[in-house]
Design a protein around this ligand. Structure first.
Ligand SMILES: NC(=O)c1ccc[n+]([C@@H]2O[C@H](COP(=O)([O-])OP(=O)(O)OC[C@H]3O[C@@H](n4cnc5c(N)ncnc54)[C@H](OP(=O)(O)O)[C@@H]3O)[C@@H](O)[C@H]2O)c1
Length: 205
């Protein structure tokens, strides 16, 4: 599957490396000239994977947004309607918001005129996207959105990179709940000082 990752920072870099390891074809939609972050990632995954955002999106079946929400807004406004691709929103509207929308999910749905959008990969630190394995146990991932096929796809990608289960949080009305869950992780890891090497796992009986 050809996957376009827009953004080459902490999250984009972690997902790119791990999805390549899982056997996917990954293109990184980046800004040119390449930033130091992009150059650092290019030394790990190859510069030939870097291309313009527009070209990377055109070539791909799945687009993962890993740039700040205000930047997402500008990028998706430029892209316009997106045919038949699943878009995964991995962003959190914490430091910036897409103006006029509560989250990037909502902005993409409205501007790209698509239902094939899913919130996923936003509820944990990028280190866990690089390695979700804790002493042989895979962390869990969570997704939300209206389109079941897009959620199935995002869940498969989460499992491909080592998350044990990707729980479906529900429809679009649960997207902001996932952003709140991200804030819970940030609170524990950073504000309360437990460190970024912690992750979420559901236990059942
Ligand atoms: N950090 C985490 O652990 C984590 C976890 C889950 C979710 N998130 C969310 O994921 C998003 C990205 O976080 P991050 O930590 O990966 O950020 P980051 O390391 O700062 O990377 C941001 C990326 O966005 C790109 N970018 C910024 N403005 C852009 C624009 N106008 N057009 C195109 N690309 C642009 C940057 O490109 P250049 O390199 O060219 O500057 C960079 O590649 C945020 O919404 C964050 O809340 C973060």
């Amino acid at each position: 599957m050809v996957i376009c990752i827009i953004g080459s920072g902490n999250v984009g870099g972690a997902l790119a490396q791990n999805l390549i390891k899982a056997g996917h074809q990954v293109l990184v939609g980046a800004r040119f000239p390449l930033s130091q972050k992009s150059i650092n990632l290019a030394t790990k995954i190859g510069e030939d994977r870097f291309t313009s955002i527009g070209f990377a999106v055109k070539q791909s079946e799945v687009v993962i947004l890993t740039i700040p929400p205000d930047a997402c807004l500008r990028v998706i406004q430029e892209l316009g309607p997106i045919d038949n691709k699943t878009i995964i929103d991995a962003s959190n509207s914490i430091r910036s918001t897409p103006e006029g929308f509560p989250t990037v999910y909502h902005a993409v749905k409205s501007i790209c005129k698509t239902e094939k959008i899913v919130k996923c990969f936003n509820t944990t630190g990028f280190e866990n996207m690089l390695n979700p394995n804790y002493n042989g146990i895979g962390l869990d991932m969570f997704c939300a959105g209206n389109d079941n096929a897009s959620k199935t796809l995002a869940a498969q990608l989460a499992r491909d990179i080592g998350f044990e289960t990707c729980y479906d949080f529900g429809g679009e009305d649960k997207v902001q709940l996932l952003e709140e869950l991200a804030k819970c992780w940030i609170n524990l890891a950073i504000v309360q000082g437990h460190g970024r090497n912690l992750g979420l796992k559901l236990l059942k009986r």
